[in-house]
Design a protein around this ligand. Structure first.
Ligand code: FES
Length: 122
């Protein structure tokens, strides 16, 4: 399976990996097929994502797409962040091999879960 250079870079040097202890929202999504899990932590101010971190127990594609998601979401408003979809993440990584495309769903879904949780609390 051929991974793009950018994907390998995000896998080996994930951006924004870790936990936000005083997160305003936490989202989580698991992949039923493989059992991989992504958790996303958000710090939100004035409806804007000030900080975002992730923990992903998963394959190379899952980690790279999680990392790219955090890069794309940081600094965006919640409405803008909700528009980020798996294809945007895949495109930014220079593609993901077809059998691994489903891994990018985790990142998109975990972020949406976090935003929904945040809005539900309000
Ligand atoms: Fe599980 Fe990639 S194989 S997310």
């Amino acid at each position: 399976m051929q991974y793009s250079e950018k994907l390998m870079d995000h896998f080996k040097n994930p951006r924004n990996q870790g936990v936000i202890d005083d997160a305003d929202a936490i989202g989580e999504k698991g992949n039923m097929k493989c059992g991989d899990i992504m958790k996303v932590y958000l710090k939100i101010h004035d409806d804007m994502i000030q900080d975002i971190k992730f923990e992903t127990l998963g394959c190379a594609a899952a980690i790279a797409t999680s990392s790219m998601l955090t890069d794309l979401a940081k600094g965006k408003t919640l409405d803008e962040a909700l528009k980020i979809d798996k294809q945007d993440i895949v495109d930014e990584l220079g593609g993901v091999p077809a059998p691994k495309f489903h891994c990018s769903v985790l990142a998109e879904a975990a972020l949406k879960d976090a935003i929904e949780q945040y809005r539900a609390q309000k």
